[in-house]
Design a binder for this molecule. Structure first.
Ligand code: KG4
Ligand code: ZN
Length: 337
């Protein structure tokens, strides 16, 4: 069967056609992403109203392109899957309303997808990942440790109490004058940092699996501001290296705790935009070796928001038979268990 996957929760309009069979055999027929990064870069971050408008302008043609590139016409589709939560409400509404109209017009069943489940499903596109496993999902808006017992049974066992990991990368990069979003540039720059600045851990020192990225972010911003006030040059690469080191080590601490709590789980998966971070990927390779875990990481091109991951997560909704109705609404902060 073929699913049209639509994603518009933040600053990427994305549409894919995915051929699905069996338990989770996927073939990507097309995967189009229209990034709004250029539009938001001048403001140093995503402007929600501008994001919604850009999705409106892009979505119709992007769906056409995705269908053309897949050599599929709407009659050859079997379902429509759309990100319905969580995300920027105006942005989500564009995808949800388009998907509803498209599903109605073409008499197709509609499935609502949780964006975070979509990120986790990016692993299913090219990896042989199968539940149960523990996933670490980090993006510009989310940072969670998730116990995945089945394709649709996800339990959040830890997460950030304030800023997301990607958001912290982006904010520090911005203060250092780097263009939005700065995560990937910070990753590159960190290799030039010979004397990493010491930053506090983002792992909260209690018995939860939670993080606080605002503390570590503020420490980095204070370091930069006080250097500026003293008229001292700060070394951007040392800050990038120090921040990355502290952030990645914090993740490893809490993942270590998570696997202690769930000793029967022997598989770990990474997902989300920050899953592209080379230090995080390397640290997880070490971590999984040390704890004798099977490690799965999405291919770099599927770490960021894309339609194929939404279609893949939509396939499990399709298998479950839980269709969305045409009164489906977007929800900014819902996370489906
Ligand atoms: O998943 P995503 O594309 O969108 C959201 O759902 O938020 O994630 C985007 C985030 C941004 O914060 C971006 O800076 C970060 O992922 N990111 C990285 C890297 N590549 C992207 N952060 C650290 N290192 C990277 N290599
Ligand atoms: Zn995302």
């Amino acid at each position: 069967m073929r699913i049209l996957g639509i994603e518009s929760s933040c600053d990427e309009t994305a549409v894919a056609v995915l051929e699905c069979s069996g338990e989770r055999d996927f073939k990507i027929l097309s995967n189009e992403v229209a990034s709004q990064i250029q539009v938001h870069a001048r403001y140093g971050g995503v402007v929600p109203e501008i994001a919604s408008r850009a999705h409106c302008e892009t979505i119709t043609n992007l769906v056409k392109t995705a269908l053309n590139n897949a050599s599929v016409n709407p009659k050859e589709l079997d379902a429509v899957a759309v990100t319905a939560f969580p995300g920027l409400i105006g942005a989500l509404l564009v995808g949800v309303n388009f998907a509803k109209g498209f599903a109605y017009q073409n008499n197709l069943p509609l499935y609502a997808v949780d964006h975070i489940k979509g990120h986790i499903a990016s692993n299913y596109l090219t990896n042989d990942l199968r539940p149960p496993f523990i996933a670490f999902v980090a993006s510009g808006g989310h940072t969670s440790i998730i116990l995945v017992e089945d394709y649709r049974k996800h339990t959040v066992i830890g997460g950030t109490r304030d800023d997301a990991m990607g958001e912290a990368f982006d904010k520090i990069a911005r203060v250092m004058g780097m263009p939005y979003p700065g995560g990937a540039a910070m990753d590159k720059l960190s290799y030039e940092g010979k004397n990493p600045v010491k930053f506090p851990s983002a792992a909260i020192k209690d018995d939860t699996l939670d993080f606080s990225f605002s503390g570590i972010k503020t420490a980095a911003l204070n370091y930069i501001n006080s250097s500026n006030q003293k008229g001292e040059e700060f070394n951007k690469a040392d800050i990038a290296a120090g921040f990355t080191k502290a952030a990645v080590e914090s993740v490893i601490v809490k993942l270590g705790e998570a696997f202690k709590r769930y000793p029967n789980i022997k598989t770990i998966a990474l997902a989300g935009g920050v899953a592209a971070n080379s230090h995080l990927r390397n640290a997880l390779v070490e971590f999984s070796k040390k704890h004798k875990l099977k490690l799965f990481m999405p291919e770099l091109k599927y770490c960021g928001d894309n339609g194929a991951m939404i279609a893949a997560a939509g396939y499990f909704e399709y298998l479950s038979g839980e269709k969305a109705e045409l009164n489906l609404n977007a929800e900014a902060s819902r996370f489906e268990e």
